[in-house]
Write a protein that binds this ligand. Sequence first.
Ligand code: FMN
Length: 458
Amino acid sequence: MPPGAVTRLRDDLVARGLVDGLPAAFAAGVTRFGRPPHAELDALTGAATDLAARLATGAVGEDDLPLLTRVLYTARQADLLARHGVPSPAYDVLGSFRENLERPLGPRLPERPTAGGRRWPLLGRTVGFPIGVPSCVLNGSAAWVRHNVANGWNVLTYKTVRGRAHPPNEAPNWIVAPGLTTSLPPGAGADVVSDPWDWVPPGSPAVSSVNSFGVPSPEPEEWMADLSRAVAAVGHEQLLLVSVMGEDPEGTGEAAALAADFARTARLAEEAGATVVELNLSCPNTLDRSAAGVKPPLCLDADATVAVVEAVRRQLDDRTGLVAKLSWLDRERLAALVPRLAPLVDGIAGINTVQSRVRRSDGTPTFPGRELAGLSGIAVRESALDFTRRLVALREAGGVPFDVLAMGGVTDPASFEALFAAGADAVQSAAGAFADPLLARRCVDELGETLPRSVEVE
Ligand SMILES: Cc1cc2nc3c(=O)[nH]c(=O)nc-3n(C[C@H](O)[C@H](O)[C@H](O)COP(=O)(O)O)c2cc1C
């Protein structure tokens, strides 16, 4: 943490006249999507009021940084934290999807972390240190891509876009799950308790989160223009993939209609400058009229999945890379699907979030109208390791090469290294990047000189 950060933040808050309003702004944030039980609310607002009083008199010290971080973030003053180099969660959970698309949160490093020019092979190119942010709202716009590149994230997957505009699910959309601080067994979801005011300190490696966005998308005209800017924003050390998803717009229920829409959307991404397209075959958050409110991921249906990937491969230019993103699949399902996908793709990515039942501590659904949401972070770490090991073994056994983009539960250098050692060609982090926007730098600092499998580049 930057030395003297609390004093500098305090002086800045005083100069801006923000101290008096902090307790009320904090309380508004805490209660934005529901009211904590009385005792909890009293304790939270009491702590914020006490902090504000001490900020006013100058009686604060470095020990106050964790509370000050929570109060400023919840009072929607995360930009102030960033200005003084103090990390906050990288997404404003109190803001709308749109607001967040346009406004990356968190500090931006003055110098991009690099592994001293070392390069690793990926999808027919080479990249710098092979860590990145997968398809998620933290890569939802050119502004985010620029921000992530500056902070050392090299393998960036532009957030899933669709062939027509699609609104986000009702907020809240993304919340931490402080009760889940260790990994669940492979493939296991959980009955998650997550309240909208929950908090995990930034940088904590024991972070889990739940999200339910519903794969929102701007209309193609808008995202294609933004995507072109994002493509222009990445340098020779980075690779930008673009995630797309198709729909069955007329509701015919036919795989061919879905496949055609996937292919059309992939072509739009290619037209906008994408050199690698990733197919989101694994979303656990697509709305449905079923009792649970959401559909199971498409990749559970192997025939439909293969039909989609074949249709896309036929439509794309031969030079455009193609990656299939899967969710955690059991032994039989993965072993049946991978040999069918391998000849069609350049890479397989996974895992997506694990569909789980999510409730508030009072038993009501955390996300209004949706009982199921996507769980990720440390809770799915074993799922990701198990999936990656089996995927790499299937690659070796099958003899048809493809690259593996692994993700799930990467929240510190050791969890990055575990997936890389399992055979992944690149490793990405969503929940970890949310909790610690400077995670890429930590990984580069610790592993940049020793990570194996780098290549010489002319
Ligand atoms: C807030 C959020 C939004 C996400 N949106 C998408 C998406 O649009 N498309 C997609 O393929 N995966 C999406 N994912 C899944 C991530 O790309 C990743 O597969 C998953 O979160 C597991 O990684 P983690 O444990 O590092 O979070 C999203 C994940 C999060 C947390």
